[in-house]
Design a protein around this ligand. Structure first.
Ligand SMILES: [Zn+2]
Length: 75
């Protein structure tokens, strides 16, 4: 299960840190992504690649869970 550890708003965008399950290894990848205007502009992952499937997974998780909640708060 993907988990979000922290969300930080910075002048350059929103930084989201989370854990994404690794496919073949037991454990998680630590992923950090930067989101500007609901778009992922940067990513960092413990697997060593940028814009890897783990980053995409965290981004999609953020969009479906966090963004949706934010929109429902704003009336
Ligand atoms: Zn990765």
């Amino acid at each position: 299960m993907t988990r979000i550890l922290s969300i930080k708003d910075t002048p350059g965008g929103r930084i989201i840190e989370g854990l994404v399950p690794a496919k073949c290894i037991v454990g998680f990848h630590k992923v950090r992504i930067k989101v500007v205007n609901s778009k992922m502009v940067e990513s960092e992952c413990s697997c060593g690649s940028t814009l890897c499937p783990h980053a995409v997974k965290l981004y999609l998780f953020y969009m479906t869970h966090v963004k949706r909640n934010e929109n429902s708060v704003k009336r």
